[in-house]
Design a protein around this ligand. Sequence first.
Ligand code: GLC
Ligand code: GLC
Length: 820
Amino acid sequence: MRKFGHFDDERKEYVIQSPRTPYPWINYLGTQAFFSLISNTAGGYSFYKDARLRRITRYRYNNVPIDMGGRYFYLKDGETIWNPGWSPVKTELDAYECRHGMGYTVITGKKNDLKAEVTFFVPQNYDGEVQQVVLTNEGSNAKTFKLFSFAEWCLWDAQDDCTNFQRNFSTGRVEVDGSTIYHKTEYRDRRDHFAFYTVNDTIDGYDTDRDSFIGLYNGFGDPQAVLDGKATNSFADGWSPIASHYKEITLQPGESKTLIFILGYVEMPVDKKFEADGVTINKEKAHAMIEQYNTPEKVAAGLAELKAAWDKLLGIFNVKTSDDKVNRMVNIWNQYQCMVTFNLSRSASYFESGIGRGMGFRDSNQDILGFVHQIPDRARERLIDLASTQLEDGGCYHQYQPLTKKGNSDIGGDFSDDPLWMILSVGAYIKETGDWGILDQPVPYDNDESKAKPMLDHLTVSFYHIVNNLGPHGLPLAMRADWNDCINLSCFSDKPGESFQTYTNPKFKAEGGYSKVAESVMVAALFTYAGPTYVGILKHLGKDDEAAKAQAEIDKMKKNVMDSAFDGDWFLRAYDAFGNKMGSKECEEGKIFIEPQGFAVMSEIGKDQGADIKTLNSIDKYLNTKYGLVLNNPAFSKYYIQYGEISTYPGGYKENAGIFTHNNAWIICAEAYAGRGDKAFEYYSKIAPAFNEDISDLHKTEPYVYGQMIAGKDASRFGEGKNSWLTGTAAWNFVAISQYILGISADFDGLKVDPSIPKAWDGFTATRKFRGATYNITVQNPDHVSKGVKSLTVDGKAVEGNIVPVFTDGGEHKVVAVLG
Ligand code: GLC
Ligand code: GLC
């Protein structure tokens, strides 16, 4: 077992020491509008706001080798050609290092006494990627060598770019002005945006036509112009436009040279697009952007500003436990990943193409749970965007495109869990901020302003969407799918190519599109878990009658679950369209599922009959493995047409008994809730990436971020991670560790401190900024228990219970909680 780098906690970086990681290990640059993905060998691409509709540079997915295409610097030193990031030329380097930090990446390579250190970042409030190249001659003789840059333009719409060749091979257009290459395909007609790639120095040549630079029969690893040692000054006209600068450089021994490249994106007002000739791009805005980062001092200041912004964000919640791995996950990487998932939902990663999915309703609402404390204003904006895609009956579009913010009608709605996540996310937002005003904010239905109603109304229809769509056992209808995209109880698909998520069998047409028999116990449990947040809101608003009415629905649901969905030792998963049990002892395969259990335990369904502990023990017995909890057991070994996609995966992968790290968090929360801090922590540490760093060669994906899935015990690659970065795992595991295990959570009327930790811990300290004040929290565990606050003092004064009151003084407050 081996690792490929190490954490540098001081600098908040992961340091990769070998370019041959078991999979490309990537980072994200940009948090606002301009985004880049960058791998440890500088592969990846950039886009503005929307990875599909406004793609700036090209990337070929599913490539061989896997990570081909990126922003590349080629050095030709004598006959040796190399890249600072090793790939794509793959000349063996004398030294290599990649440091992924908070919104920046530094890749350093060394060959034959020449050192190249490249810093990549997207500055704050800036629509471009800055690439600073520092070249140093570390030898004792003068060196003359050649540098080529490379970026390949994508023709804006990434979907069209990789399908519509009959048109696109004839539309590519560029302009070259000094050291700046402008990409202006379609700018003359309907687009009012262009991109540029520049360097802050004179150049000795350029290329803008891909085939001229690379050669029709060459690849990224052996571009003809680099082999020849000279740019061709090619001019793209159709085909594939690229941008490559060429420069000859001489360095004396010990001498360094810094070059600053910028890949920028510019939008222009329609009437200012051109110069007087009506043809040449008006470059005013581009020049201003170039000015902003054209010296090393400006770059250093921009990077310092970015780092300071991250220090501030990460300073909002900070802990010190006796476990370094917990500290680095909580204080750095898990929070960083929460920002990335908040920004990108499930659109663009090395497992998501950026053209498949926009912002998911359920996904983005869950992402808010892990992000809301960082920038609550952005969470608020997102909540409103999401709620605007809801329909008047409480259903909602499953996805929307970030550029248009309109519900995506190709995918439509009828995912049974969707509305409930919004109750949780709006609740989390109010708890964090105390901004009750959001509930009065008018928010459209179906993106139609004339149908706007206060946000509270959206919560009400969300809640009653469940109540109004119950099946024969009084449990929520399963519809197309619930949280588990792959349990499709109305699909009955027997033709290849039908989408399990959007295809519903015509046999249910008369019933309104989906089975009115198939029910989801997971949604029932989610309803009883999220419902109290809605009730809490109503009570706070003094709407006691409505609160009582909602509470009665929750109580009824709990009863229905106990009456029809408790299987003796755990909760069922569903009733299928025939009314048969799914996830029961009676089933041949898939006897127990993870999803409903955690929410049922935290809702205390059947607690008086011991259902909670029985359920948790069953999970430990049937789902626990050395790498985490599998989703279901036993795995399905054949296709169950009545269940849908879940049984199409080989056992141990994805939803078919994979270790879905997202819902592992629900069990971690439930164990902590039940006071079993040791179990909670065991499950937490099995899947938290920093804990798997030592088995990176097995785990494969980045040791600093969660993936969606780890192959389960039925898989031949048991323990192998997949689908890193964009997953609800980030938010939920942050909730699990920070709010349930460490037990610090925002509440409507204060900050709750209720840890559930391993008994061996002596305690821990934490800093939490909350509603303007700073809470310095010390948790002491003299009796070595897991849970139970014996005493709580705030600024030396005893406080009843476990809620620290809200302080409006903006000051610092000392909180001491003693467990026992
Ligand atoms: C993926 C999807 C998410 C879904 C989950 C389980 O993570 O993004 O929406 O809930 O898979 O199927
Ligand atoms: C989620 C699931 C995946 C499913 C997909 C459908 O990503 O994990 O298995 O195919 O959603 O969109």
